[in-house]
Design a protein around this ligand. Structure first.
Ligand SMILES: *Cc1c(COP(=O)(O)O)cnc(C)c1O
Length: 339
């Protein structure tokens, strides 16, 4: 048995999702004539109570388009040092938008209004214009940590006061929502733009959606084209996304349960120095000094368990749609066997 816990991006479409894809009505989406893409964009916008939406090939593209929409060259983007937009988007903020970045050191990826307020620049010709605040929820490098809505509300008020835009990298937002019970409309109210991924825990093969007001999404559509993301009969992919939004949100709780069970076992093992709190579907362990993450990941792979190195002593496991209880049992027995 191979158990792939490297990421929640590794899922394959379920038979029901494939049925929805094969029966999709399609058209040319650059002409805005693909019914299935239009339906997905409408559905996602309505779920969040936002005006409009744009289907894109990846979450990197929805984030980068949002940053481009909200900034001009010489502006500054404020985010956590562990943010995906900063660490894992190939320097796109500089390349695509010509903006600088102010890094903050939050609690497992989470920022507070107080922290942000201190780094917003005054109107000074020597300083970049603090123009955009980006939050990530859940926080990937924070081990799937999620925000308290009260903090987001405080950040929203600060952003309004300081004339900053507020973008959410919500690649795993639904993982947060099934835990907190907060509503999508509340998020739609607080953020100027939101990026959601369909290809993470939701289990669609491809795609992310950017949500925002009419004017921003119209501009985003132009940026998507210039970035090379204008797709033609993309409805086959959008149909998978719509299916995922209808059927794969509530079940994220199962992934969280699997992650907690795995985390509890790992924490008790002698070679594990520390377990980050397991809040959603991500489990991060710090190994004891004498065992290195590369060696551990390789030994796990030899036993059919795939996980990721996340630092010299750090290893990450991510649960998802294609992981069942037997696989968790098997993973636990392998983890116990290694020493
Ligand atoms: C996966 C991910 C993205 C987008 O990644 P793509 O692979 O480009 O779709 C963005 N933000 C976070 C936090 C992610 O985990």
């Amino acid at each position: 048995m191979i158990v792939d816990l490297r990421s929640d991006t590794v899922t394959k479409p379920t038979p029901e999702m494939l049925d929805a894809m094969f029966s999709a009505k399609v058209g040319d989406d650059v002409y805005e004539e693909d019914e299935s893409v239009n339906a997905l964009e409408r559905k996602a916008a309505d779920m969040f109570g936002m005006d409009d939406a744009l289907f894109c090939p990846s979450g990197t593209m929805t984030n980068q388009i949002a940053i481009k929409c909200h900034t001009a060259p010489m502006d500054e983007v404020i985010c956590d040092e562990s943010a995906h937009i900063y660490r894992y988007e190939t320097g796109g903020i500089a390349f695509n938008s010509g903006a600088s970045v102010k890094l903050l050191y939050g609690d497992r990826g989470r920022l507070t209004a107080d922290m942000i307020e201190k780094v917003i620049n005054p109107d000074d010709v020597c300083m970049p214009h603090s123009k955009l605040i980006v939050l990530e929820n859940t926080c990937n490098r924070g081990g799937g940590s999620y925000y308290d809505l009260d903090e987001i509300e405080s950040i929203y008020h600060l952003a309004r006061l300081k004339n900053c835009n507020l973008h959410l990298d919500g690649a795993r937002l639904f993982n947060a929502l099934v835990e907190t019970g907060d509503s999508m409309e509340q998020y739609g109210h607080f953020f100027d733009t939101i990026s959601i991924c369909l290809s993470k825990g939701l289990g669609a093969p491809v795609g992310s959606v950017l949500l925002g007001d009419i004017k921003t999404i119209r501009q985003a559509r132009r940026f998507r084209k210039v970035f090379g993301g204008g797709m033609r009969q993309a409805g086959f992919l959008a149909a998978a996304g719509s299916y995922a939004l209808d059927h794969h949100i509530e079940r994220l709780k199962t992934d969280h349960l699997h992650a907690r069970i795995l985390g509890e076992t790992l924490e008790a093992l002698p070679y594990v120095d520390k377990l980050l709190p397991v809040d959603t579907n991500i489990v991060i362990i710090k190994l004891q000094d004498e065992i290195n993450a590369d060696v551990y990941v390789e030994r796990m792979r030899d036993n059919g368990i795939l996980c990721s190195r996340f630092g010299d002593q750090l290893v990450r496991f991510v649960t998802h749609l294609d992981v069942n209880p037997e696989m968790i049992e098997h993973t636990i027995s392998v983890c116990k066997k290694l020493h």
